[in-house]
Design a protein around this ligand. Structure first.
Ligand SMILES: Cc1cc2nc3c(=O)[nH]c(=O)nc-3n(C[C@H](O)[C@H](O)[C@H](O)COP(=O)(O)O)c2cc1C
Length: 351
């Protein structure tokens, strides 16, 4: 089967993965209205392209928090990469390095952060990793994990704030998929020297005070992931956030939540250039990336497509997914009459 776009990767992955694993990756909360809406909202935005501009020399290069990237597409943090491929997060980290972008490593990885960092750093041109955390009820555990991420060379911390409790995912309920298969573990939960990880439970009493606490814990830039309300942008700024990821967790938490591209312009307006804005959810085409940038994002992140690439071909599959999107974005840029990302603005869009 020839794979021409990210949806092809999904179909190919679906054929290869056990149904409970495909459904765990693909699924969302309740009726999956937000899962659908994230992607569908991009289709409603039309491109108002310019012509007769010299687009023979193009660049997709950008910079986020002082870190140069070869393309404005990061890898969103997703759990359990070894469910997709035996090399799991190691393969993803190598692909991110080869593509010249940042992998945001999930705290709920099936490989220890030190091993992922070693795989990433093996490539000289690799941008450093970022590390995603949930603050758990056991704060000491978070402290240990942040120290491990710092020591491993991670260059930013991403606190996911949309998960005070688990989303309600009916596909997982139907498969009774509540545990990792034998041989896989939450590798970052096993402190060295012990074999019993602490119980993984979200912190339902998480508040802005926890953000302030995390801010004092580390000098790393801190991004908040899961922001969709413009009023939360000011609070994020006041509590020391250095960046935001506009996200509804790929529709896996609150169903019927607003689609991210729909709310992005309001978030960007509230941030008013004070901090970088990333967006994720439903980005499957180069034109989607271009629209997100036009509406005020500094970069985007993709979640599920990386898992599809991983399932289909490990490291090279993830690389191909990123490269596919890179080529689509390059083509969209040229056809819109832009030579680089600075030329992409809201004047290219009609609703
Ligand atoms: C299987 C899966 C696992 C995820 N695990 C995490 C996680 O551990 N931490 C987190 O912050 N977000 C997690 N997310 C959300 C992603 O970071 C991201 O917000 C979402 O996948 C973006 O939507 P997309 O998949 O449509 O690109 C997960 C998403 C999926 C699909």
């Amino acid at each position: 089967m020839e794979l021409f776009n990210l949806d092809d990767y999904e179909r190919a992955a679906q054929e290869m993965l056990p149904p409970e694993i495909y459904d765990y990756y693909a699924g969302g909360a309740n009726d999956e209205i937000t899962v659908q809406a994230n992607g569908a909202a991009y289709g409603r935005i039309r491109l108002l392209y310019r012509v007769l501009r010299d687009v023979s020399q193009r660049s997709l290069a950008t910079e986020i928090l002082g870190q140069p990237l070869s393309l404005p597409i990061l890898i969103a943090p997703t759990a359990f990469h070894r469910l997709a491929h035996p090399q799991g997060e190691i393969a993803t980290a190598r692909a991110a390095a080869a593509a010249g972008t940042i992998m945001i490593v999930s705290m709920v990885a099936t490989t220890a952060i030190e091993e992922i960092a070693a795989a990433n750093a093996a490539s000289a041109k690799a941008p450093p990793l970022w590390f995603q955390v949930y603050v758990l009820p056991d704060r000491d555990f978070t402290v240990t994990l942040v120290r491990r991420a710092e020591a491993a060379g991670c260059r930013a911390l991403v606190l996911t704030v949309d998960s005070p409790i688990f989303g309600r995912r009916e596909r997982d309920m139907r498969h009774h998929f509540h545990e990792l298969p034998p041989g896989l573990s939450l590798a970052n939960f096993t402190p060295s020297g012990t074999t019993t990880p602490p119980k993984f439970d979200f912190k339902a009493d998480l508040t802005w005070a926890d953000v302030a606490w995390l801010r004092t814990l580390t000098d790393l830039p801190l991004l908040l992931k899961g922001i969709v309300h413009p009023d939360d942008v000011r609070l994020a700024w006041e509590h020391g956030a250095n960046g935001l990821i506009v996200s509804n967790h790929g529709g896996r938490q609150l169903d019927t939540a607003v689609s991210t591209i729909e709310i992005l312009p309001e978030i960007a307006a509230a941030a008013n250039g004070r901090m970088p804005i990333l967006v994720d959810g439903g980005i499957r085409r180069g034109t989607d990336v271009l629209k997100a940038l036009a509406l005020g994002a500094d970069a985007v992140a993709i979640g599920r497509p990386v898992l599809w690439g991983l399932a289909v071909g490990g490291e090279s599959g993830v690389y191909d997914v990123l490269d596919n999107l890179r080529r689509e974005l390059d083509s969209a840029l040229a056809l819109c009459g832009c030579a680089n990302l600075d030329e992409v603005g809201p004047e290219l869009l009609r609703f």
